[in-house]
Design a protein around this ligand. Structure first.
Ligand SMILES: Cc1ncc(COP(=O)(O)O)c(C=O)c1O
Length: 408
C-alpha cells in the first residue's frame, strides 16, 4: 500500500466575527481544530420569527435545556433574554443554577421533575427557579421550605398529562389538585401546562386536537371557579406553527429557536436560520491504492486509487457512529463521502481526484461552505434519529465559538 503523506501547519480560525475569548473561556484551546460555530444573530432572528407567529400578548418561553440543545446554555440564554424571551425552560435545577450564577435574571421554569429533598428545593427557592409541580408531596414540601425561608407567593406551574404519558397529573385529577394546592399559604399557582407527544405527525392531528380540547375545558372550568392562572401553555415548536389554538397565554419553543425544524418541509413555511455549524480541518491526507480498507471492521474498501483525508472528530465528540459510510462533508464546497466507521476521535473522507484538497482545509460536517449545505435534519435522517439528538449529543469536547453581530 502506498502511503504518501502531505503535511502543512494547520491554521487557527481567522474570523474577526468570532471572539477568541469564548474559546479561552471554556478552558479549551483550538489545539485540535474541531469546533462548533454558533450564530447568535440567527438565534435572535428565530426568536423574532416565533414572535411573529403568536399574538403580541403571548409570552414566549425559550427552551434552553440540555445545554440549549447543544448550542451553549449561558450564551443562548443571554441572547434569548436580550431578545425578549419571557421565560427560559430548563430540565434540571443545576441548569437553572448555572444560569443564575451567570447573571441571567429572566424567569426560569424547571420543565423536569424536582425531588422533595430540602437541598434541591432550597436551591430552587433561593435562586427563583420556578418548579413544575404535579404531586401533593412536592407541593407540600415546597410550601414547607418556602415557609422555612420566609418566602411568600412562591410561583409554580402545574403539569397536566393530557396524553404525553411522561410527567404530570392525570388530567381528570386536575380540578381536585388545584383546589388543594391553592390553599397552600406560601405558594401561588402562576402557570398550568401540558405537552404534545405527536404534534409533528399529521396522522396524530386528532390526538393533538383532543389534547387541546381537554386542556381548554380544564382551563374553562378553572375560570368558572374564579381561578385565573396567568401562564397557560401547551405549544412546543410544532404546536405553535401548526396548532394555533394551542398558543394560549405562553408558548414553549425549543428546536425552532435553533433554526432546526421538527417536521419535514417546514423550512418552506417558516423562515428560521440554523444557528450551529460543526467544523473541523483535515489533519492527514494520504494516497492509497485500489483495494485499501479503511477504519475498524474494514467496512469500506477503495475501488480505485484515491486520497483519504483524516479529520479529528468522532463519536467521542457526539458525532454518532451510525453515520459510518453514510454521511458526507463539505470540503472546498464539494460534498465528499465519509468512508469506513466513525471512530472515537477520528473519521476518514474519500477526497477522490480533488487534487486541490490539502491538509488544513476546512471541513464542514453541519453548515454551509461555498454554496454547499449540510443540515442537522439531513444528518439526523442518515443516522436514523431526530435532529434534536444530533445537536444535543455534541459534547463539551467541542468548543463553541459564538458569532456576535450587534442586534439591529
Ligand atoms: C415540556 C417541553 N416543552 C417544550 C419543549 C420544546 O419542544 P421543541 O423543541 O419541539 O419546540 C420540550 C422539548 O423537549 C419540552 O420537553
Amino acid at each position: 500500500m502506498q502511503h504518501k503523506e502531505e503535511t502543512k501547519k494547520i491554521g487557527a480560525i481567522h474570523s474577526p466575527a468570532y471572539r477568541k475569548k469564548d474559546v479561552g473561556d471554556m478552558g479549551i484551546g483550538l489545539f485540535r481544530p474541531t469546533w462548533a460555530e454558533v450564530d447568535l444573530d440567527a438565534i435572535r432572528h428565530n426568536l423574532r420569527t416565533v414572535r411573529s407567529l403568536v399574538r403580541p400578548d403571548t409570552k414566549v418561553l425559550v427552551v434552553v435545556k440540555a445545554n440549549a440543545y447543544g448550542h451553549g446554555l449561558v450564551d443562548i440564554s443571554q441572547t434569548a433574554s436580550e431578545g425578549g424571551a419571557d421565560y427560559l425552560g430548563v430540565a434540571t435545577i443545576e441548569e437553572g443554577l448555572t444560569l443564575r450564577r451567570s447573571g441571567v435574571k429572566t424567569p426560569i421554569l424547571l420543565l423536569g421533575s424536582a425531588t422533595t429533598k430540602q437541598g434541591a428545593l432550597d436551591a430552587a427557592l433561593e435562586n427563583s427557579i420556578t418548579l413544575t409541580v404535579y404531586t401533593i408531596d412536592l407541593a407540600t414540601a415546597l410550601n414547607r421550605r418556602a415557609e422555612a425561608l420566609g418566602l411568600h407567593h412562591v410561583p409554580f406551574h402545574i403539569k397536566v398529562d393530557t396524553g404525553m404519558g411522561r410527567i404530570g397529573l392525570a388530567w381528570r385529577n386536575t380540578i381536585k389538585f388545584v383546589n388543594t394546592v391553592r390553599n397552600f399559604g406560601r405558594l401561588k399557582i402562576e402557570g398550568i401546562y401540558t405537552h404534545f407527544p405527536s404534534a409533528d405527525n399529521d396522522e396524530s392531528a386528532d390526538f393533538t386536537n383532543k389534547q387541546i380540547e381537554i386542556f381548554d375545558s380544564l382551563l374553562k372550568e378553572l375560570e368558572e371557579m374564579g381561578i385565573n392562572i396567568p401562564y397557560r401553555h401547551a405549544a412546543n415548536s410544532i404546536g405553535l406553527v401548526d396548532f394555533k389554538e394551542s398558543h394560549l397565554s405562553m408558548v414553549r419553543p425549543g428546536i425552532l429557536i435553533y433554526g432546526i425544524v421538527p417536521k419535514k418541509g417546514l423550512h418552506k413555511r417558516i423562515y428560521v436560520k440554523p444557528a450551529m455549524s460543526l467544523k473541523t480541518r483535515i489533519v492527514y491526507l494520504k494516497h492509497v491504492d485500489a483495494g485499501t480498507s479503511i477504519s475498524y471492521g474494514r467496512t469500506y474498501t477503495t475501488k480505485k486509487a484515491t486520497r483519504i483525508a483524516t479529520i479529528p472528530i468522532g463519536y467521542g465528540d457526539g458525532y454518532t457512529r451510525s453515520l459510518s459510510n453514510k454521511a458526507h462533508v463539505l470540503i472546498r464546497g464539494r460534498l465528499l463521502p465519509l468512508v469506513g466507521r466513525v471512530t472515537m476521535d477520528q473519521c476518514m473522507i474519500d477526497v477522490g481526484g480533488l487534487d486541490e484538497v490539502k491538509v488544513g482545509d476546512e471541513v464542514v460536517l453541519i453548515g454551509s461552505q461555498k454554496g454547499g449545505v449540510i443540515t442537522a435534519e439531513e444528518i439526523a435522517e442518515l443516522a436514523n434519529t431526530i435532529p434534536y439528538e444530533i445537536v444535543c449529543s455534541l459534547n463539551n469536547r467541542i468548543p463553541r465559538i459564538y458569532k456576535h453581530i450587534s442586534p439591529k
